[in-house]
Design a protein around this ligand. Structure first.
Ligand code: ATP
Ligand code: MG
Length: 566
């Protein structure tokens, strides 16, 4: 068995150090991790951190990682989410092989073990209401109060638990609790609930069960069943670890996993909570779970972020035990790095202005060669049609340019990328004085973008042929939440939503080669940013999402000496 330590030290972290030491010192022959999402919503970028950690460790240390759907709450869970989770983990680039599991597959075993706990005096059926249990729990400074049912006979608890399972009691009538210590300084050890009565159909087990295990009870035991060696979760479970260990110690489980906690990912301008994301969907504030503004993996994918960029981001942020907030610009930076390297360059005009090249023959079409990616010569080139009438970006023209505006203006010559130099001779306006067309001339000697006399225009513009360009809708995105810390300072969370998070442009034009660019491919519209076709596209009605602009604000923040973590 080869033990690979992470190749570069910056990719190591305290969990990888523990795993490496466990292997080195022979505590385990090989390691098994798991990613255990609850199928009650779509995965988000925070989950990606956990996925990259769990699957990454398994890859690096030659172990394996299980995908376990933690489906213990039939009221909130749906098959749609189970499917989406699998699609998202695969898209991120990880493979669980044969190791797809469901906590619900362990319901029978978990029930048996719960009976064992009752028999050994470590659990009892409590008849208190949820409200009374809360009142008995005590506080951080005061001990809890024991339930009057705590010392009921084991046989009686066993009988009641069986009848709970058989469906004799209503929701909330009784619960099964561990019998630990109502005076414990750790509230999680004050006789935590192990089973609740929930009369609800389960997506997988149907109506077979009406008692369902709590997370605390199901999780560690599922880890033990699967032989998980390192059960990695976020810091909020730290105070649950003594309970995790207590259950493992008091049950005849086949293995003894250990829980390790790391800090969850928080991002500025972003809310990472499935509950909130579900609210955004249900209240119609976004186009769905996969809205390109959502921090879900499906949203990020639809937005055109490549999986590699997400994995790079996870490596950049690392894994630590200190909570922090990462600037969302850092995620964008990681994504831009990949796209800059890989995205094919294309021409698209978002806000078109017609130019007519008066000395170019009517009806003539030239196929000009344009480089696909200056960063990657192997990406080759493509042909773009050039004609007498073209669309350029309205912003690239000013009738009365200020000093530092070097783009097109009356009497001025600019370069059209991969084409010719053109000079604007006349500005055509409509009755309102709006510029509707520019009359230009071109210099046939500048084909390909350079002049025999070596003159160099100060600006190079993108363009598309008016006869060949394809109309498109383009959706521009900004932060979903305007404030970097949504809901901070006691503000209503949704008051921080950015009213301008989506801008829809219609009447845009893109070069003909974009007619059949498949969903899932992100291109660069030269000078404008990265764009990808949206699944809403139909033949003849293309829709593009702006993935990101070209401006790397994170690199700028770094240059100013700012940290990625705030
Ligand atoms: P949410 O709080 O968004 O509803 P959750 O923690 O309830 O998420 P689970 O499906 O229970 O979602 O999470 C699966 C795994 O992902 C858990 O191990 C959890 O610790 C981890 N995880 C969830 N959110 C984050 C995050 N923001 N950063 C890192 N890991 C996370
Ligand atoms: Mg959860």
């Amino acid at each position: 068995m080869s033990i690979q330590t992470p190749s570069s030290p910056e990719h190591s972290d305290f969990i990888r150090d523990i795993v490496a030491a466990d292997l080195r010192e022979g505590r385990f022959e090989s390691i098994v991790t798991r990613f255990p999402p609850e199928p009650n919503g779509h995965l988000h970028i925070g989950h990606a951190k956990s996925i990259c950690l769990n699957f990454g460790i398994a890859q690096e240390f030659d172990g394996r990682c299980h995908l376990r759907l933690d489906d213990t709450n039939p009221v909130k869970e749906e098959q749609e989410y189970v499917d989406a989770i699998q699609a998202d983990v695969s898209w991120l680039g990880f493979d669980w092989g044969e190791h797809l599991y469901f906590t619900s597959d362990y319901f029978e075993q978990l029930y048996e073990w719960a009976c064992d706990l009752i028999r050994s005096g470590n659990a009892y059926v409590d008849d208190l209401t949820a409200e009374e249990i809360r009142e008995h729990r005590g506080t951080l400074t005061e001990p809890g109060k024991e339930s009057p049912w705590r010392d009921r006979a084991r046989d009686e608890s066993l009988d009641l638990f069986e009848r709970m399972r058989a469906g004799e009691f209503a929701n909330g009538a009784r619960v099964l609790r561990a019998r630990i210590d109502m005076a414990s300084g750790n509230i999680n050890l004050r006789d935590p609930i192990l089973y609740r009565i929930v009369h609800a159909d389960h997506p997988r087990t149907g109506d077979a069960w009406c008692v369902y295990p709590t997370y605390d009870y199901a999780h560690g035991q599922s880890d033990a069943i699967e032989g998980i060696t390192h059960s990695i979760c976020t810091l909020e479970f730290q105070d649950h670890r003594p309970l995790y260990d207590w259950l493992i110690e008091n049950l005849p489980v086949p293995s003894h996993p250990h829980q390790y906690e790391f800090a969850r990912l928080n991002l500025t301008h972003t809310v990472l909570s499935k509950r909130t994301l579900l609210r955004l969907v249900n209240e119609g504030l976004v186009r769905g779970w996969d809205d390109p503004r959502m921090p879900t993996l499906s949203g990020i994918r639809r937005r055109g972020f490549p999986a590699e960029g997400i994995r790079d981001f996870a490596a950049m942020i690392g894994v630590a035990r200190a909570d922090g907030v990462v600037e969302v610009e850092m995620l964008e930076h990681a994504v831009r790095n990949v796209l800059n390297r890989e995205a094919p360059r294309r021409f698209g005009v978002l806000n078109p202005l017609k130019i007519v090249i008066e000395n170019y023959p009517e009806g003539q079409v030239e196929q000009l060669e344009a480089t696909n990616n200056p960063e990657d010569p192997s990406a080759g080139s493509r042909q773009v049609p050039f004609t007498r009438e073209l669309w350029i970006e309205r912003d690239d023209f000013m009738e009365d340019p200020p000093k530092k505006f070097f783009r097109l203006a009356p009497g001025r010559e600019v370069r059209l990328r991969s084409a010719y130099f053109v000079t604007c001779n006349e500005v055509v306006k409509d009755a309102d004085g709006t510029v509707v067309e520019l009359r230009c001339t071109y210099d046939p000697a500048t084909r390909g973008g350079s002049a025999p006399d070596d003159r160099r225009p100060k600006a190079t513009l993108h363009w598309v042929s008016a006869d060949h360009a394809i109309p498109a809708e383009v959706r521009l995105y900004d932060h979903l939440f305007a404030d970097p810390y949504p809901g901070a300072g006691g503000r209503e969370l949704f008051d921080d939503l950015n009213p301008d998070s989506e801008t829809v442009l219609s009447g845009c034009f893109v070069e003909p080669s974009l007619a059949d660019v498949p969903v899932g491919v992100t291109v660069q519209f030269e000078r404008l940013g990265y764009f990808c076709p949206d699944p809403d596209s139909e033949a003849g009605a293309l829709v593009f999402n702006r993935t990101l602009t070209l401006k790397d604000t994170w690199a700028k923040l770094q240059a100013q000496g700012r940290q990625g973590t705030v």
